[in-house]
Design a protein around this ligand. Structure first.
Ligand SMILES: [Zn+2]
Length: 302
């Protein structure tokens, strides 16, 4: 299990257990990736999928009473539940950063699902009470994924605090990538989980005005010491995607130039996901994509 070799020493025992749990799952490693666990703090783990082409990172907060996953992984298997079971015995809920397929892979395996309380997410509730994410929102056909309808235990209002027992997490609404994008702020430790709003790679703009407004709001709520963790790794898929305020300022400034018409960008394509887009470089590996058309012909945006 070479990917587990890099686990921090404190996790050696867990690494062995995970190796056992994953021993039978080697067949789909290339397609769906496997979870690699990084302990970021006493109460916070990052669950990376470095073998998956989108290099997703999901996060597990553990309080005294409860645990909360931010995103459910890209993997459709039950592995994320197994991984979480190795890390905590507290009851676990999951809050997706938004409703794209690569953040919902393990969602059906959670018994407690939270969603942001937004007109958009409420519109997804069916008459039987279950929530159904349409393909036009989920985009799962890129990976041949279908998300079954699911029960939502709790709707979280923007700005509301989720209390895990000695650990308070404030959910912040940051539309721009999608209209339902949210972040999670750990105010006790000044850690901000940014989902697809901010990570050190290509940022996909769904709505430029919203994105810019959300970046301004983000900058007002963080300082030089705030540590930001995003949902997709940069060049090195084994490195937890971490950013700081200075990088957010650069991204905000670059987006302002785009909106002012001062940066037309370069033509961009990627065989796995993007037929055409405009790429606007920000900084070492960080760029902004606008005018996106996916490889299946769909336009991205709202
Ligand atoms: Zn994503």
């Amino acid at each position: 299990m070479p990917r587990l070799a890099g686990l921090p020493r404190a996790l050696a025992g867990i690494g062995l257990a995970l190796a056992a749990a994953f021993a039978h799952g080697a067949d789909n490693a290339g397609q769906t990736g496997r979870f690699v666990v990084h302990r970021l703090a006493q109460h916070l783990y990052a669950l990376g999928e470095p073998g998956y082409y989108q290099k997703n990172y999901s996060y597990l907060f553990i309080g005294k009473d409860r645990a909360l996953m931010f995103d459910a992984g890209a993997n459709q298997g039950e592995e994320i539940i197994q991984v979480i079971g190795q890390l905590t015995d507290k009851p676990v809920s999951v809050l997706p950063s938004h409703l794209h397929f690569d953040h919902l892979g393990g969602l059906p395996h959670f018994s407690s699902i939270y969603l942001p309380d937004l007109p958009f997410t409420r519109s997804l509730q069916r008459s039987d009470g279950l929530y159904q994410v349409p393909e036009a929102v989920h985009l799962g056909q890129f990976d041949n994924l279908v998300l079954p309808p699911f029960k939502v235990e709790r709707l979280i209002q923007p700005g509301q605090v989720i209390d895990l027992g000695g650990l308070q997490l404030r959910m912040l609404s940051v539309p721009g990538h999608t209209r339902d994008e949210v972040m999670l702020y750990d105010q006790n430790h000044d850690i901000l989980l940014t989902g697809d709003h901010l990570y050190p790679s290509w940022l996909l703009v769904g709505n430029l005005d919203d994105y810019l407004a959300s970046l301004d709001a983000t900058l007002q709520s963080i300082d030089q010491d705030t540590v930001l963790y995003g949902a997709h790794a940069g060049d090195d898929p084994n490195r937890v995607p971490r950013m700081d305020r200075d990088e957010v300022v650069k991204i905000r400034d670059a987006m302002q130039r785009i909106r002012a018409g001062q940066d037309p960008g370069q033509a961009f394509a990627d065989p796995e996901l993007i037929r055409r887009a405009k790429l606007h470089e920000v900084d070492k590996g960080v760029s902004i994509l606008t005018g996106i058309q996916f490889t299946d012909g769909r336009e991205f945006g709202y």
